[in-house]
Design a protein around this ligand. Structure first.
Ligand SMILES: Cc1cc2nc3c(=O)[nH]c(=O)nc-3n(C[C@H](O)[C@H](O)[C@H](O)COP(=O)(O)OP(=O)(O)OC[C@H]3O[C@@H](n4cnc5c(N)ncnc54)[C@H](O)[C@@H]3O)c2cc1C
Length: 312
């Protein structure tokens, strides 16, 4: 209940233009500014530097060029071009080739066919270069269309793509059975968006229980799943389930967000598990940043301290 109130509160704040303006002014301007805890920087060069640092710690990474809810085709095309440039920069830098992106960033709200076209352009450049591309999952109004786009591309022979399921949605266990049968690569998350109770569990306990059921099914029947969580209970459950069912640590990976639970990331690597870090970068970092605050209101204190220090 508290968790959902907090998400709702930060969701409404994320639409405040004034707050966005203030945050943009203070959040990134120095190496120590508060938004840099969760966001690698505004440029691809900063993202690549962060990726190198992550890889030096024995982790792998996926880069996410931030941006979502684009409303014009021009903006969607600009985002597509920026992704193509990011691909080239990653190849030139010689870091791991893995991207995460959002369909609304590619123009889904403006025109679905154009968004698919934009994604195809990205895949045409990314796939021959050996990239894996994950389509992030946005709020529940996009679940159907996101899965549909994924499946269309899958049936057209694209295999270096993956999708995300959110355990907070009632429908996800059914979607998971379908995706497992398809052989699709799924990232399992709890869900970052504020959802109505008609479609999602309200209680954290129920979201966690669904996550536990889904992670077992993914590990046993899925194709190289990504267990994306910072929750030690879920991580231990995944380790235990894999161990007792003879599923080797090379058959799945853990994923965590940049800047969150670095201690846990390091522990898992030292135990021989694969861990991928989701590294967001770009100028449009405000909505992503607000979702991270909504997940853990204690982060607000950290921001307030950061702002005070930055202004001083
Ligand atoms: C790699 C990755 C990709 C993701 N992609 C998507 C996506 O496509 N769509 C989507 O809806 N969601 C996505 N998420 C977000 C996810 O849905 C959750 O909102 C987020 O991971 C927090 O849930 P949790 O599983 O860590 O568990 P929780 O039970 O929320 O948290 C467990 C513990 O993790 C730590 N923690 C969690 N969040 C934070 C935070 N913000 N700051 C500091 N500590 C924190 C705390 O120690 C907390 O006690 C992604 C998450 C990851 C890790």
């Amino acid at each position: 209940m508290l968790a959902s109130l907090s998400k709702a509160f930060f969701h409404s704040l994320s639409r405040s233009r004034l707050l966005k303006k203030l945050a943009s002014r203070y959040g990134m301007r120095r190496p120590t500014s508060f938004a840099r805890r969760f966001i690698a920087g505004e440029t691809v060069a900063e993202a690549i530097a962060a990726a190198r640092a992550v890889e030096a710690r024995g982790l792998t990474q996926t880069l996410d060029l931030l941006g979502e809810s684009v409303t014009t085709l021009e903006a969607a095309e600009a985002a597509t071009r920026a992704y193509l440039q990011t691909i080239d920069a990653i190849v030139a830098a010689g870091i791991g080739r893995n991207l995460s992106l959002k369909l609304t960033q590619l123009g889904l709200d403006a025109d679905k066919a154009s968004a698919i076209d934009n994604l195809r352009k990205i895949l045409e450049r990314a796939e021959p270069a050996g990239f894996f591309v994950r389509i992030d999952m946005e709020d529940s109004t996009y679940t159907d269309v996101t899965l549909e786009v994924f499946e269309t591309l899958w049936h057209h022979g694209h295999r270096a793509i993956g999708v995300v399921l959110q355990s907070e949605l009632y429908r996800s266990e059914r979607d998971l059975q379908h995706l497992n049968a398809l052989g699709a690569r799924v990232r399992l998350v709890k869900g970052a968006y504020q959802e109505p109770k008609t479609v999602a569990y309200e209680e954290k306990r129920d979201v966690d229980q669904a996550y536990a059921r889904m992670l077992k099914s993914l590990l046993s029947e899925g194709n190289y799943p990504a267990i994306a969580t910072h929750d030690p209970v879920m991580i231990n459950l995944a380790k235990e389930w894999a161990r007792t069912n003879g599923i080797g640590p090379d058959r799945f990976e853990f994923q965590m967000l940049y800047g969150i639970r670095r201690d846990l990331q390091a522990d898992l690597v030292s135990e021989g598990y694969r861990v991928r870090i989701y590294i967001p970068f770009g100028r449009e970092w405000f909505p992503y940043f607000m979702r991270r605050l909504g997940e853990r209101p204690a982060n607000v204190l950290f921001v307030v301290r950061g702002v005070t220090a930055d202004r001083g």
